[in-house]
Design a protein around this ligand. Structure first.
Ligand SMILES: C[S@@+](CC[C@H](N)C(=O)[O-])C[C@H]1O[C@@H](n2cnc3c(N)ncnc32)[C@H](O)[C@@H]1O
Length: 278
């Protein structure tokens, strides 16, 4: 056997063995590693039971458009579509991961409702979302906070593990030591309004810090403090005690520079009310 033949035969054999292995490797596709670097935060998936609680505490339905900021393998967007029938979008910076997540959506049979796209959450428009989900970092939540607060009132925001500092959550759930937080984007009611109820007009003023409101209503020289105030998205409630010592309770909805609803007084009086921004 010549030298060339002696070298060529084992080489050909080695190549023949190596080729199927290489093909097999390719078939396996991209395998993300927990802890791998991301643009602003590493990839760690949210456990299934926490994903479930996040979507349930946001009360996701088929009418929702859920956007997961930093989608990883797409599991939150896929669960929103598969379990709750929502439309869902995942935004993932890592292009390989975004492709892998989109493949997962295909495998889950939800591509009609869930999509994972490559993008930077800090350069993406997610203003149409009715529900935002995230598992990021405290500093990233804070960076996103102004954009989130400018979203449509009533938008629900859920975050795994990390809160938003002085914007207190509307709900905190615990699951095996893991926390999930919910916020509901509040309407802006801060400032002065004219309240009309039962044929009477009064000045009404609200102070507001996120979803927490307080205020007073002018009853002649008295600025009567509001009681039991509540703002949940567009839904507002407050009460005050009038000149005669009768408590009046108001519930209603905010719509831009107007709010309206119904009131009920302890003396049995009831009716509609509305208020307009001054
Ligand atoms: C902690 S993982 C959470 C994944 C998924 N949301 C979950 O809860 O299972 C964060 C993901 O955000 C991605 N990411 C980091 N910075 C990003 C950015 N600026 N824009 C989009 N995605 C980003 C990472 O690649 C990673 O997949």
């Amino acid at each position: 056997m010549s030298f060339v033949a002696r070298i060529a035969a084992p080489l050909a054999l080695a190549l023949a063995c190596a080729l199927p292995a290489a093909a097999q490797q390719k078939d396996k596709g991209y395998e993300p590693q927990v802890g791998q670097a991301g643009k602003d935060v590493i990839w760690v998936p949210t456990p299934d039971e926490v994903v479930d609680r996040m979507l349930r505490m946001a009360q996701v339905t088929a009418n929702d458009y859920v956007v997961d900021l930093g989608a990883g393998d797409g599991k939150i967007a896929i669960a929103a579509a598969k379990k709750f029938g929502a439309r869902a979008l995942g935004i993932e910076y890592n292009p390989d991961m975004a492709k892998h997540a989109q493949l997962n959506a295909e495998k889950a049979g939800v591509t009609g409702r869930a999509k994972i796209v490559q993008g930077d959450i800090f350069a993406s428009d997610f203003s149409q979302a009715t529900v935002i989900t995230m598992y990021l970092l405290p500093a990233l939540n804070l960076k996103l906070r102004p954009q989130i607060l400018s979203m449509r009132p009533g938008t629900r925001v859920v975050s795994h593990s990390f809160n938003m500092e002085d914007w207190e959550p509307d709900e905190t759930s615990n699951l095996d030591g893991r926390r999930a937080y919910l916020w509901i984007v509040p309407a802006n009611v801060m400032g002065n309004w004219i309240l009309e109820a039962g044929g009477e007009k009064s000045d009404l003023a609200f102070e507001q810090r996120y979803q927490k409101i307080d205020g007073h209503v002018a009853l002649g020289p008295v600025h009567a403090g509001l009681r039991d105030t509540r703002l949940r998205g567009l839904a507002i409630a407050f009460a005050y005690v009038d000149h005669a010592g009768v408590r009046r309770d108001f519930t209603g909805r905010v719509s831009g520079g107007r709010m309206e609803g119904s009131f009920r007084a302890e003396n049995g009086a009831e009716g509609r009310w509305h208020a307009a921004r001054k």
